[in-house]
Design a binder for this molecule. Sequence first.
Ligand code: NAP
Length: 293
Amino acid sequence: MAAIGTTPLPDRVWVVTGATSGIGKATALGLARLGGTVVLACRDATRGGEAQQEIVRESKNPKVTLMIVDLASQASIVSFAEEFTQDYRRLDALVNNAGVFTRERMTTPDGLELQFAVNYLGGFLLSHLLLDLLLASTPARIVNVSSSAHKGATIDFDDLQGERGYKGSKAYSQSKLAQILFTVEYGRRLAGTGVTVNAVHPGVIKTNLGADGSSAVVRFVRMFFKSPAKGAETPIFLVASPTVANLSGQYFSNRQVTVPSRQAQDPAVARRLYDVSVKLAGLGADESRGPPS
Ligand SMILES: NC(=O)c1ccc[n+]([C@@H]2O[C@H](COP(=O)([O-])OP(=O)(O)OC[C@H]3O[C@@H](n4cnc5c(N)ncnc54)[C@H](OP(=O)(O)O)[C@@H]3O)[C@@H](O)[C@H]2O)c1
């Protein structure tokens, strides 16, 4: 981990969502190697248990635990947050990494389009519900694993759930743009609190994402994608490096602040999406939760 310029951090507690494979698993492994407690927030107990065993074995850090959460279900996210705040006294970083790509439109038990719900709104709700603990643990960090795929996307406020003419890649890009706008808005609201929030493009990485049913050409191109360990470098850097301690509301690539698309920087769009998301996440009636305005 010396390459990332971080020292051992044995007292820290980190949560990584979607840690069964790909970038999330590699991020959890890298953090486990720093010696802190890593909570793998996964939807499947079997896959999560296998990842946990592998990470403990490879990192030689026994403080890797598994907690179940399905980011497609708001009830599951609420249960996870309640259980987590009962079991843990601190949270130093939350990595909102879990993600899906679906070609066909699918919906969640809450009636939301799946990519919007898992890639964006689930992390939004989880961040809200864990914010008090993050604020009690400052300095603390939220890291949103977004993508350069946000470029060219817009937030379609008239059809946020893709009910009219769905295209999988468009919904994916919109969800990744939403994560950056969430980063911008949360960064603004949390300025001066000691909780930072940043987004990251991890690179083009060979993982399970989009692998199902891909064409022969795509399968061939995928051979040249980078490793999950490479994709985890900037997320780990944003969780653990002192060099970014005072940076918030930013978008990173290759451990550098990078300029996202124009719409991703639009504060009016960020505020509007925040307000809509509070309602969609079922947080409307609970003004006491979440960051200041
Ligand atoms: N790969 C790339 O080139 C690339 C580029 C830019 C950004 N990203 C982003 O990187 C993140 C990680 O993706 P990846 O490439 O590492 O793909 P991946 O290997 O498919 O990993 C996705 C992870 O998310 C989990 N997940 C999916 N749906 C979930 C749900 N409803 N609840 C909880 N967890 C769920 C998966 O768990 P299961 O094992 O249960 O399915 C898995 O652990 C995503 O946000 C993705 O958008 C990836």
